[in-house]
Design a protein around this ligand. Structure first.
Ligand code: ATP
Length: 356
């Protein structure tokens, strides 16, 4: 396993910029995810790491080796694509063995390596099956086995679960994570699915429009987003526009246009020292951090939507100028009805102040 360093990399396609001045360090053995909406530059970055594209500017290093212009087959990477790109008329074992035959290993070496990896991805009964006789989930595992059998320094996965249905996607997500931690291979994973990114990654890079918006652990990007874009993209949140009304060492108070005052803690904030009274801010509040009682910030609004999902009761509560999504987990209270007034408690720690 090797580390990956990206230094000031840009990729231009004519007038279109794929990625802009991106710098990034991925540690050896890390599970690192590129997350963002369609067109934000995830695949372009992955392809430059694989060597399918050369950057317009900047450098890519594996450990201390400059690989910026090295051919893909000289980089010792394993890759799994969204469509698997398997050979349909060949068997599972023949598909897994392909990269080893290209590398001219002996028959017995190939057999030994294929046996081991087939076991690792739990496909032992299927070695002689043709690819077109397998389910989507099984095909996905063959693709993973084929990428892993060459013992890559770096494993690149480009939306590998998007052709699977929801349940299989979850199972396979757990499998990939298990295999990755067993092998300890440096893994770069591309997805636009924030749940997948949160569940699997050591760290996540959130991208928008060719730029890095934030890099952090799943907990950091969820609980300490640096922008509205990240707060919105990772999980569900409420965003309220307000103006700073008072600020001291511990607390920030902000007022909405209609004069509602909300108080939060200063350390729960991406604001810089230069933010002052009168500045516009956005307050991010996660639906699950709002409670149904009186407390730090007590507000009363009107229910406009109720749903029971099994794990939670979800409400939308209307105030004069905004609505709040509220998620009550583990509640044994009876459901409230649309049109009823409801009193909410938003703890100080649940408010997260954003400058952009
Ligand atoms: P998706 O999730 O849809 O795959 P992505 O985040 O992987 O999106 P990229 O495929 O990296 O996004 O594309 C980034 C930008 O670069 C987009 O505006 C895209 O249209 C452009 N782009 C990517 N590849 C090419 C190419 N070969 N020629 C021209 N423009 C390209």
């Amino acid at each position: 396993m090797r580390s990956v360093k990206i230094e000031n990399v840009s990729k231009q396609f004519g007038q279109v910029h794929g990625v802009k001045n991106l710098s990034l360090d991925i540690k050896a053995g890390e599970f690192f995810t590129f997350l963002g909406p369609s067109g934000c530059g995830k695949t372009t970055t992955l392809r430059m790491i694989a060597g399918f594209y050369y950057p317009t500017a900047g450098k890519i290093l594996f450990d201390d080796q400059d690989v910026t212009r090295l051919q893909p087959n000289k980089r010792n990477i394993g890759m799994v694509f969204q469509n698997y790109a398997l050979f349909p008329h060949m068997t599972v074992d023949e598909n897994i063995a392909f990269g080893l035959q290209v590398r001219k290993l002996t028959k017995s070496e190939i057999k030994q390596k294929v046996d081991r990896i087939r076991g690792l991805v739990h496909l032992d009964p299927y070695g002689n099956r043709k690819i077109n006789e397998l389910s989507g989930g099984q095909q996905q595992r063959v693709a993973l086995a084929r990428a892993l059998v060459i013992e890559p320094d770096i494993l690149l996965l480009d939306e590998p679960l998007s052709n699977l249905d929801a349940k299989l996607r979850e199972e396979t997500r757990i499998e990939i994570k298990r295999i990755q931690s067993e092998l300890g291979v440096t893994t770069i994973y591309v997805t636009h699915d924030q749940m997948e990114a949160m569940a699997m990654s050591d760290r996540i890079m959130v991208m928008e429009n060719g730029y890095i918006k934030q890099i952090g652990t799943p907990q950091e990007v969820y609980h300490r987003p640096l922008s509205r874009f990240v707060a919105n993209f990772i999980g569900e949140t409420n965003l309220i526009e307000a103006t700073i009304d008072a600020i001291d060492d511990e607390y920030i108070q902000a007022k909405t246009a209609n004069g509602l005052v909300l108080t939060g803690r200063k350390h729960q904030s991406s604001l810089t020292l230069s933010h002052m009274i009168g500045d516009k801010v956005f307050i991010s509040i996660r639906p699950e951090s709002i409670h149904l009682d009186k407390g730090d910030n007590t507000l009363t609004g009107k229910i406009s939507f109720v749903e029971f999902t099994g794990i939670s009761v979800n409400y939308i509560v209307d105030f004069h100028e905004f609505s709040l999504k509220v998620m009550i987990v583990n509640s044994s209270d009876s459901l409230k009805k649309i049109g009823e007034d409801i009193t909410l408690n938003i703890p100080y720690d649940a408010l997260y102040f954003l400058g952009e």
